[in-house]
Design a protein. Sequence first.
Lengths: 116, 113
Amino acid sequence: DTGVSQNPRHKITKRGQNVTFRCDPISEHNRLYWYRQTLGQGPEFLTYFQNEAQLEKSRLLSDRFSAERPKGSFSTLEIQRTEQGDSAMYLCASRILPGLAGGEQFFGPGTRLTVL
Amino acid sequence: AQSVTQLDSQVPVFEEAPVELRCNYSSSVSVYLFWYVQYPNQGLQLLLKYLSGSTLVKGINGFEAEFNKSQTSFHLRKPSVHISDTAEYFCAVTGTGANNLFFGTGTRLTVIP
């Protein structure tokens, strides 16, 4: 399978704990995005990387959130001191640049986080 | 910035009937528009996209959408739905110079046998 993969698929944690999610993009895709999707809402942009450089962060990405893409391949999203409001589906997407303008972002299956 | 409004949160429709899912967008710049589908416990899959040119775009699974600049709309249509079309559908927009997608709140399409 050469699609975007995310691990774990589900994570249940207690409030105050730290969690880390991993995204493996499609090979050779140099742009990687993180989105958050809460129940009944569409995905909301969090941040994106061009290779290993984090180029943009949404105001939704509080200081408790940090994302890395150390070698320009896989990426991790860490949430420190989780809160119940962090419960959501975290989606990763990737695309290749240069490419067609407005080119398609390919999405992974997501990691569903539940904070108790 | 860009934004998207999906006017219907839920649309029930009988099998083999036509369906239209509505999407309106707001932007001060030229846009690219997308429709994604999300099946339960899965990621988003691109149905179709409008970048430029013909305002009628055809996508996968028999879906099509029409870009209407004057009405700032990008409604999704299918002439005859199947049970397998039951899913959540998201309209998304990005500015031609922007990097991320702005999604609507989604429309849940339920096809009734």
